[in-house]
Design a protein around this ligand. Structure first.
Ligand SMILES: NC(=O)c1ccc[n+]([C@@H]2O[C@H](COP(=O)([O-])OP(=O)(O)OC[C@H]3O[C@@H](n4cnc5c(N)ncnc54)[C@H](O)[C@@H]3O)[C@@H](O)[C@H]2O)c1
Length: 431
């Protein structure tokens, strides 16, 4: 690892911890703040707020001469190779982040960088919405030789030093490969390989992480409250749920794709919501899962409708691959909506033959689409008849090959990327 000279803009919770930890990794760091009292406290080797372990780290690195503090951007940037922006981005009343501090910090960097011969990498560590680096930071720096990189921070207050030194995730995004490599390199000693992504992907990952954490907490609290109302130990329920590292504490179900369905998830969510109503427990998160799913099916339907009045071949009828279960299959909802709009449809499913499915399964299909039997086709017939293919179920390798070889336009609903109008998707993501 080449030690870098880093100017950290903003010495609040994120900036001060980052400055102390980066200095401890061997970099030469200047912490910059408009707040003179923070600058004075850091210069004295103390933290401007309480954070376990931070005082010791600051004292050691100030004493070693690797960490200083300043209130003058020109002084902080004079020797710097990297400007790490850690200023606040608090909420505006509308919910958007207030970028006043960010704009001012970037403007200060731009004025110091004008006429500078050595390159400077401007790294946005503050949490900002996707597109901020491209649409706000880069234009302010136009005319300078600064490269812009996104490197969001994931630390938690109270355990921030440990989170920095032992991170679960390091994300670096940018267009300039050398700048991205340099920023990734400052964390080399931590032994965690940074994930290198596109600029706006890095920004989105930070929001996705925080949204996920919030949803996890709300989920656990709703299950806890509901369990309590039914004289069940919710702590034990959640602790046991977490024991399943295949389906629960895992990446399972965490990939964007098509809507969920089947004979269990919708039914059991309805049962929980019903019980919550009876016991007067408000569970808006659990209740909204079904409306979220309906909204997703609507988006998928609109993506198909945008292709206009052409012959549409649907691949998959069951609620997922490798089953013939069509109960509450989202594909039936898709068919209903497309038929309602007068679209011409044919359907192929490798495992569904109406003559071979029975009981509730058959009744569900016929109840939703009474003439479903007339729409079912063999794969050969479907590929010959269709002008557009809609992938509504993950195809196996052989099926995928057939789909690709017929060179029809494809709307791939399982890829997690909804195609826009007139845009034909190559179905590799479904493999
Ligand atoms: N606090 C957290 O736990 C946490 C964790 C991850 C990410 N974040 C994100 O990191 C960013 C910073 O959060 P924070 O809690 O450290 O904020 P903070 O309000 O504690 O600190 C921001 C600091 O920036 C300084 N500042 C503002 N403009 C400046 C400028 N032009 N030059 C120099 N200094 C300037 C302020 O004086 C302040 O000390 C936010 O975007 C936040 O969402 C926070």
């Amino acid at each position: 690892m080449t030690p870098q000279r880093i100017a950290v803009f903003g010495t609040g919770y994120v900036g001060c911890v980052s400055a102390a930890c980066l200095a401890n990794l061997g970099h030469t760091v200047v912490g910059l703040d408009r707040d003179l009292s923070k600058v004075a406290v850091i210069r004295a080797g103390k933290a401007p707020f309480y954070e376990p372990g931070l005082d010791d780290l600051l004292a050691a690195n100030v004493a070693a001469g690797r960490l200083t503090a300043s209130s003058d951007p020109a002084e902080a940037l004079a020797d710097a190779e990297i400007a790490l922006i850690c200023v606040g981005t608090p909420s505006l009343r509308c919910g958007d982040p207030d970028l006043t501090q960010l704009r001012r910090a970037v403007a200060e960097i731009a004025s110091c960088a004008a006429g500078r011969s050595r390159p400077l990498i401007v790294v946005v560590r503050s949490t900002v919405a996707p597109g901020t680096c491209e649409e706000i930071v880069s234009p302010i720096l136009a005319g300078t030789s600064c490269a812009v990189v996104s490197n969001p921070e994931f630390l938690r207050e109270g355990i921030a030093v440990k989170d920095f030194m032992d991170p679960g995730l390091i994300v670096v995004g940018g267009r300039d490969p050398e700048a991205v490599r340099t920023v990734a390199g400052i964390y080399h000693k931590l032994g965690v390989p940074p994930r290198l992504v596109a600029l706006r992907t890095a920004e989105m990952i930070k929001y996705a992480c925080n949204a996920f954490h919030a949803v996890k907490i709300a989920f656990a609290n709703e299950i806890g409250a509901l369990s309590d109302s039914m004289h069940v130990d919710g702590v034990e329920v959640m602790a046991t749920l977490c024991q399943d590292s295949k389906l629960n504490s895992s990446a399972a179900y965490l990939r964007p794709g098509f809507a969920f369905g089947g004979s269990c998830l919708p039914k059991d969510l309805r049962a929980l919501s019903s019980r919550a109503r009876q016991t007067n427990v408000e569970v808006p998160l659990l209740t909204s899962a079904l409306s979220s799913n309906a909204e997703h099916l609507k988006r998928s339907t609109e993506a198909v409708l945008e292709w206009g009045d052409i012959r549409i071949g649907i691949v998959g009828l069951a609620f997922k691959e490798d089953t013939d279960d069509v109960r509450e299959s989202p594909v039936l909802g898709l068919l209903e909506a497309l038929i309602g709009k007068g679209r011409r449809i044919r359907v192929f499913d490798p495992h569904v033959e109406l003559g071979n499915i029975h009981g509730a399964n058959r009744a569900f299909a016929l109840q939703t689409i009474p003439h479903i039997g007339r729409l079912m086709r063999s794969l050969d017939d479907l590929l010959t008849w269709s002008e557009l293919l809609v992938i509504a179920q993950k195809p196996d390798g052989a099926l995928l090959e057939r789909i690709q070889s017929c060179r029809l336009p494809v709307v791939d609903l399982v890829s997690g990327k909804l195609p826009r109008s007139g845009f034909s998707v190559i179905v590799s993501a479904a493999a």
